[in-house]
Design a protein around this ligand. Structure first.
Ligand code: 1GP
Length: 247
């Protein structure tokens, strides 16, 4: 079954899904093994791997290791074309539609498409929308594009509708890794009122309560990254899964 179909099933069975983002650059190979095993049994629905910077040869080895151990769908969340790897099941095939930088709207996608085809990994067309979140994030800086102001729900809605009409499979509302503020439930609610395209929300989500509020606003998937990298907070993983799942 495709990863997309598994994600749709998760929505039906659990109301919303929980994806844990792993940045291979931040862990050594032993640590990553322990972390992936923990995610496998936490109640999460999938594992995302990626980084906003270039991933070196060592990181591809880590990805291979991650794939050997992961029992959940493994999705690449690429910061750039160099991160394409055969060691994943699927890739969020992103276009930064909130920006006007042609490289991240279509340029890199043209470079990536033949590689994705050759590798045989499943592409999932994802409309990536950067939302302003208190400070300049790596995603904003690296994509050379302006985020949507966090209180301009109507601008987010217009982008979401455009994403639907262009046929994207997911809309990704991204505050950016390590964001000071996550995307507001109000913006998620506004977007979900106008489109049925599943909405993924990530960036700066530090507590299960915030995750729950975003799900109640209509988010189909919640992503956490940084928060679990702090060893004193890894235990929150199970609480996130519980808070996000409606049943
Ligand atoms: C995924 O970039 C996010 O969308 C991850 O953000 O690291 O802040 O959880 P955090």
């Amino acid at each position: 079954m495709s990863v997309y179909q598994q994600m749709m099933d998760t929505r039906v069975q659990r109301g919303a899904g929980y994806l844990v983002l792993v940045d291979p650059e931040r862990w050594d190979i032993q640590e990553v093994e322990v972390f992936i095993k923990r995610i496998n049994t936490s109640g999460a629905d999938g594992i995302m791997v990626g980084s906003s910077l270039i991933i070196g040869e060592g990181a591809h080895q880590k990805m291979k290791k991650i794939q050997e151990i992961a029992t959940l769908p493994l999705i690449l969340f690429p910061g750039n074309v160099n991160q394409l790897t055969p060691y994943v099941d699927a890739v969020f095939f992103l276009s930064v539609i909130s920006g006007r930088n042609p490289q991240y709207l279509i340029g890199d996608q043209v470079l990536a498409a033949p590689v994705v085809h050759e590798l045989g990994i499943e592409p999932m067309a994802t409309a990536y929308m950067l939302i302003e979140s208190g400070r300049v994030t790596s995603a904003e800086f690296m994509s050379g594009s302006k985020p949507i102001p966090r209180d301009k729900d109507e601008i987010a809605v217009a982008h979401a509708l455009a994403a639907e009409y262009l046929g994207f499979k997911f809309i990704y509302l991204e505050a950016g890794s390590g964001a000071q503020y996550s995307v507001t439930p109000r913006m998620v609610q506004a977007v979900c009122k106008y489109t049925d395209v599943p909405v993924i929300v990530g960036g700066g989500i530090h507590s299960p309560e915030v995750a729950k509020a975003l799900v109640e606003a209509g988010a189909a998937f919640i992503v956490t990254g940084n928060v679990l990298e702090d060893s004193s907070k890894t235990h929150l993983m199970e609480a996130f899964a519980k808070a996000i799942h409606k049943h």
